[in-house]
Unconditional design. Structure first.
Length: 248
């Protein structure tokens, strides 16, 4: 069970353009105030304009990845310190698309989370099982293994991260986990975090995977769901705002 204020994060993925971003951010800004924390994680090139648009507001922004390295010969990568220079509050790490398409390992994800925290950027660590793993009854083992690497690497800083449970089969499919399915996994993750940190109620565990205005409220009514990581629905201001309103 968590006592933390809810958090709704938009994951724009590889979407956007100057005019589309301006319209989307204006739509979100115009709908304030929200009763929850709200952030958008945007493609790297748009961090600067997002920072300018949101600087005077209580909305936060972040990136969708960061390097595990501080600096050096890593062509194409972006360090957490660079994200901090752009005012990023958050960096998503270990999204299933990066695990699947870029071969990111559990330990690699944990190293990214550590690098983010080291620069004052809060990592949003994604975990989640594939459909095959769920059908094989491996959900608990998979998410525990993914989280365990991060817990061991972050050690005493564990409670400073955000966790996002995103079942891979629910991402971008329109097929959300049921509130009960999500709660079951969130409860497991909370217990694992409690054993590691002693104060898991402070750690926000977001649900992600086809969150929409019409399923947000019932997901948020679950005791261990502290918010959402929203993909597709974060690209339409009206939908994203409706999800934020459902959160608080
Ligand atoms: P979705 O994506 O909301 O489009 O399912 C969620 C995510 O990948 O973070």
């Amino acid at each position: 069970m968590s006592a933390a204020r809810r958090l709704v994060v938009g994951n724009w993925k590889m979407h956007g353009s100057h005019p589309a971003n301006a319209e989307l951010l204006a739509g979100i800004l115009g709908a304030r105030p929200f009763g929850c924390d709200v952030a958008v994680c945007v493609p790297f090139p748009y961090l600067s304009e997002t920072a300018v648009s949101l600087a005077a507001s209580d909305l936060r922004w972040g990136a969708q990845d960061c390097s595990a390295h501080a600096q050096g010969a890593y062509t194409g990568e972006v360090s957490a310190a660079m994200l901090a220079e752009f005012g990023c509050r958050y960096a998503i790490v270990g999204h299933s698309e990066r695990r699947a398409l870029h071969g990111e390992s559990d330990q690699g994800v944990a190293d990214k989370a550590k690098a983010a925290l080291g620069s004052g950027v809060t990592p949003i660590v994604c975990v989640g099982e594939t459909r095959e793993q769920r059908e094989a009854g491996e959900t608990a083992a998979v998410v525990k293994r993914q989280l365990s690497a991060v817990i061991h690497t972050l050690a005493h800083c564990v409670s400073e991260m955000v966790v996002a449970y995103e079942p891979v089969w629910a991402i971008g499919t329109g097929l959300s986990a049921t509130p009960q399915q999500a709660q079951e996994v969130h409860e497991l993750l909370r217990a694992q975090l409690q054993a590691a940190s002693g104060h898991a109620s402070r750690i926000r565990i977001l649900y992600g995977g086809s969150v929409k205005p019409d399923n947000a409220a019932v997901l948020f009514s679950q005791p261990d769901i502290d918010g959402a990581l929203v993909g597709g629905a974060s690209l339409k201001a009206a939908d994203f705002v409706a999800i934020c309103r459902a959160a608080g």
